[in-house]
Design a protein around this ligand. Structure first.
Ligand code: GAR
Length: 264
């Protein structure tokens, strides 16, 4: 990529990762600039960090959109280009074992929110979208409208655990409660599952007997603030490609997975 990449960010909380990314852009550790910050939560204190830097910031209030849909589903305005069958077939958030009504409610309510989020993002063209503590699963409806070039994903996420262990909402808490001796964080591309996309980078830290959930979170966040900007810079420098690898497990068994290859 020639010149600076345009980075959009989605947050839900305090935005310390957002801050680390903005500072890395300012310090030219990332050849990029932040072009918008969106939040699903009007209370997200990280929005203030964007405003202080004069970065356009907006809210798409998921909670009220979902509440509205629950109250009066018949009144919901579904996006014109929403095809439930297609989205359901692609998604990997719900399995056949799950209650179909739950999956249906989730995918439809989120597509309504996501269509409005895409509208809010529309004035700010971007090369990379970073999820920086964005606590919402994205559905294929949204993902396909951002990832328009095959095999060139452009939505990154940071997760507070060493994936594929402890996907979900509380990576550090789950790591701690499991009694792990090592914890860490992972930056990965988003795919149709929950925290399942190709891994770009990881950092680990030791968990000692005296550690608490608070010290673990502290150690982890410090590493996140280094790792996320580094991974974003790899993207900005055009050093990341996603390739499909086939692995032979022997006895006629094979497994295929899309993985990230970093150009040295
Ligand atoms: C970070 O620990 C990030 O890894 C985590 O939320 C925190 C956000 O902190 N993200 C997730 O759990 C995503 N599922 P921040 O708002 O201070 O950057």
């Amino acid at each position: 990529m020639v010149g600076k990449i345009r980075i959009g960010a989605l947050i839900s909380g305090s935005g310390t990762n957002l801050q680390a990314i903005i500072e890395a852009c300012d310090d030219e550790k990332i050849e990029g600039r932040m072009v918008f910050v969106g939040s699903d939560d009007p209370e997200a204190s990280g929005l203030q960090r964007a405003r202080e830097k004069n970065i356009p910031a907006f809210v798409m209030d998921y909670k009220s959109i979902i509440r509205e849909f629950r109250r009066e589903p018949a009144k919901a305005v579904l996006p014109d280009d929403f095809d439930f069958k297609e989205i359901f077939a692609k998604q990997a958030l719900f399995s056949d074992q799950d209650d179909p009504a739950k999956g249906q409610f989730f995918l439809i309510s989120r597509a309504i929110a996501e269509a409005r989020l895409l509208d809010a993002m529309q004035p700010y063209p971007f090369d990379l979208l970073v999820l920086a503590g964005f606590m919402r699963n994205l559905t294929p409806y949204f993902i396909d409208r951002v990832n328009t070039v095959p095999n060139q994903p452009r939505i990154m996420n940071i997760h507070p655990a060493l994936l594929p262990a402890f996907a979900g909402l509380d990576g550090y808490g789950d790591t701690f409660r499991y009694g792990c001796k090592v914890g860490g964080c992972t930056v990965h591309f988003i795919d149709y599952g929950e925290d399942t996309g190709p891994i770009i980078g990881q950092r680990a830290f030791e968990i000692r007997p005296e550690d608490t959930i608070d010290t673990i979170r502290e150690k982890g966040l410090k590493l996140e603030w280094e790792l996320y900007p580094e991974c974003i810079q790899l993207f900005a420098a055009g050093r990341i490609s996603v390739v499909r690898r086939n692995f032979d497990l022997g006895k006629g068994k094979k497994v295929a997975r899309r993985i990230v290859v970093i150009e040295q």
